[in-house]
Design a protein around this ligand. Structure first.
Ligand code: NAD
Ligand code: IPM
Ligand code: MN
Length: 350
């Protein structure tokens, strides 16, 4: 029986993960679930955001269903003790270098986006975000500069192997879709990005059927608002992918709609699945969180780690049907609670 590690985390993490787990259980696929604390919740009980037992469970499991981490109470702790360190540690320890973030407009949500319906119509893009490198994982620290002023620094770097493996995921993804790959960088300013662009161009010779374009990240941010439906696959670094995916979520109606898969191989390996949103301390405990991103992350888990495309599509269709029937949490302009939204999806599954 496949083992699913469930790491609910902080804030709305446990609230939305509960609904995702209910959906997985309703499919009666004979999955085993094991839950463990992570983030601020783990720090409170063990003094560490990523306890060894939690890491071991994540490594042993066939897939990890992750909620969200982050708690304002721990913002003053040293960095390695903060909730975020758990998420970064899991990504690095499990070598989850490929973060797949699809942004699709469910037709029923055409009016939920702040963008005009005709702009978001047909939105169906995937952001392939590099997840274990870039400025996130370079040397960082504080020092005093030559004038004796306090200085903070974070080193941004990629080597060619790191770029090639994520670019390959982008090309492979594009090959299976509309065959358009847009590589997003800041090569006009950053040397890291120039290397990125060179390596992507070199790899392009292996994928003649894919139409490759390059775009500077500032322009990409603008184009995501001007004509988001024109994108097919975007491949980009860790930091740019983080920012652009939150932006893309609003094209799809809400950050509460975007799932993600974090993988260390193109397919068939044990990945981690989580909504792209955070712990949302401003609404935690109010029952207002939209569980769709978590439920759709469970669908990605079925697809990528369990190889069950049918079940993945069943879950996605149930979310679409619930939305088509008018089910909406507050972020989508409705009034359903997190649990009621989960109920609405479960009704469509049944
Ligand atoms: P956030 O994504 O938690 O929230 C941003 C805004 O979106 C808030 O107004 C929130 O209420 C809303 N929102 C988010 N998810 C929602 C949902 N499912 N339904 C309805 N509304 C939703 O980002 P933030 O406020 O910048 O960060 C809060 C904390 O979360 C920080 O500690 C941050 O480090 C952490 N964080 C964690 C993750 C993660 O676990 N993957 C991702 C992003 C941020
Ligand atoms: C995300 C989050 C994380 C990131 C933070 C919490 C470390 O914003 O998963 O998008 O920046 O990758
Ligand atoms: Mn983010």
């Amino acid at each position: 029986m496949p083992l699913i590690a469930v790491l609910p985390g902080d804030g709305i993490g446990p609230e939305v993960t509960r609904e995702a787990r209910r959906v997985l259980e309703a499919l009666a696929l004979g999955l085993d679930f094991a839950e463990a604390p992570v983030g601020g919740a783990a720090y409170l009980v063990t003094g560490r955001p990523l306890p060894q037992e939690t890491l071991d469970l994540a490594k042993k499991a066939d897939a990890v269903l992750f909620g969200a981490i982050g708690d304002p109470r721990f913002e003053a702790l040293e960095r390695r003790l903060r909730p975020e360190a758990a998420l970064l540690g899991l990504r690095r320890e499990l070598q989850l270098f490929a973060n797949i973030r699809p942004a699709t407009l469910f037709p029923a949500l055409a009016d939920a986006s702040p963008l005009k319906p005709e702009r978001v119509a047909g939105l169906d893009l995937v952001i392939v975000r590099e997840l274990v490198g870039d400025v996130y994982f370079g040397e960082k620290g504080r020092r005093h500069d030559a004038e004796g002023l306090r200085q903070g620094f974070d080193i941004m770097s990629y080597n060619e192997a790191e770029v090639e493996r994520i670019a390959r995921v982008g090309f492979e993804m594009a090959k299976r879709r509309r065959k358009k790959l847009c590589s997003v960088d800041k090569a006009n300013v950053l040397e890291t990005s120039q290397l990125w662009r060179d390596v992507v161009n070199e790899l392009a010779t292996e994928y003649p059927e894919v139409q490759l374009t390059h775009m500077y990240v500032d322009n990409a941010a603008m184009q995501l608002v001007r004509a988001p439906a024109a994108f097919d696959v975007i491949v980009t670094g860790n930091l740019f992918g983080d920012i652009l995916s939150d932006q893309a979520s609003m094209c799809a109606g809400s950050i509460g709609m975007l799932p993600s898969a974090s993988l260390r191989a193109w397919s068939g390996d044990n990945g981690m699945y989580e909504p792209i949103h955070g712990s949302a301390p401003d609404i935690a405990g109010t029952g207002k969180a939209n569980p769709c991103a978590a439920i759709l992350s469970a669908a990605m888990l079925l697809r990528h780690s369990l190889g069950n495309e049918d079940a993945a599509q069943t879950v996605e269709a149930a979310v679409a049907a619930a939305l088509a029937a008018g089910a909406r949490t507050a972020d989508l302009g409705g009034s359903l609670s997190t649990t009621e939204m989960g109920d609405a999806v479960l009704r469509e599954l049944a």
